[in-house]
Design a protein around this ligand. Structure first.
Ligand code: C5P
Length: 224
């Protein structure tokens, strides 16, 4: 029997992480925050003073990562080699490093096994950019969650302020626009909806409304 898989892809700030965690909680499924994998790699490379285009070093770093994503109603914990990583992944600098390491095909290949291993009984909900197109092309349900760049920047701004960081609204908007272009135009695994993905625009929706849409799609697919 194959494990049921739900993928939620989309740009930063569209609400993927929250929607993925809440539906995983309802279904009792495992969770994969694939963005955190690229963020960990970006952070680890920066800490080890590895250049973000030194592909060989990035690949060996990728092969050393052992990650899991325990979660509850409040949030998701990232556990790297047995230790919780905490909030240090949620900075603009780390997000930017993540999107730079993510452009290299050998790095993406090296991280494939780690992502696919998360698909365990009774099921998996994963969020990212290419989960429905590349990592899990046979997923039972694929969702592409989008929102206007202004709405996404405002959400990211509030998130960073609430976590105690000092940030400028305009800088967040600019960083998101740069990262969007890099993610959408890269040669390998660009951010595009899978042909068979359901597109949800969350610009005018609350997290609860997005969850309700996702729940309806799960029911329609016999997953809930
Ligand atoms: O989702 P999050 O903002 O944490 O992702 C950080 C960066 O990691 C993205 O901007 C993207 O470049 C990269 N990423 C990716 N493929 C994924 C998830 C994230 O390339 N599946």
């Amino acid at each position: 029997m194959t494990v049921p898989i739900i993928t939620i892809d989309g740009p930063s700030g569209a609400g993927k992480g929250t929607a993925a965690r809440l539906i995983a909680l309802e279904l009792g499924f495992h969770l994969l925050d694939s963005g955190a994998i690229y963020r960990i790699l970006g952070l680890a490379a920066t800490d080890a003073q590895i250049e973000l285009d030194d592909v060989d070093s990035l690949v060996s770093l990728s092969n050393s990562l052992d990650l899991s994503f325990p979660y509850d109603a409040e949030g998701t914990e990232i556990v790297l080699n047995g230790a919780a990583v905490g909030d240090q992944l949620r900075t603009q600098a780390v997000a930017d490093a993540a999107s730079q390491v993510a452009v290299h095909p050998p790095v993406r290949d090296a991280l494939m096994g780690l992502q696919r291993r998360q698909a365990r009984d009774p099921g998996l909900v994963g969020d990212g950019r290419d989960l429905g197109t590349i990592v899990f092309p046979d997923a039972n349900l694929k969702i592409f969650l989008d929102a206007s760049v202004e709405v996404r920047a405002e959400r990211r701004y509030l998130e960073l302020i609430q976590s105690g960081q000092t940030v400028e609204r305009s800088a967040i908007l600019r960083d998101l626009e740069i990262r969007d272009v890099r993610d959408r135009t890269r040669k390998v695994a660009p951010l595009v909806p899978a042909n068979d993905a359901y597109v949800i625009d969350s610009s005018d929706k609350t997290a609860a409304q997005v969850l309700a849409d996702v729940r309806d799609l799960c029911r329609a697919k016999g997953l809930a």
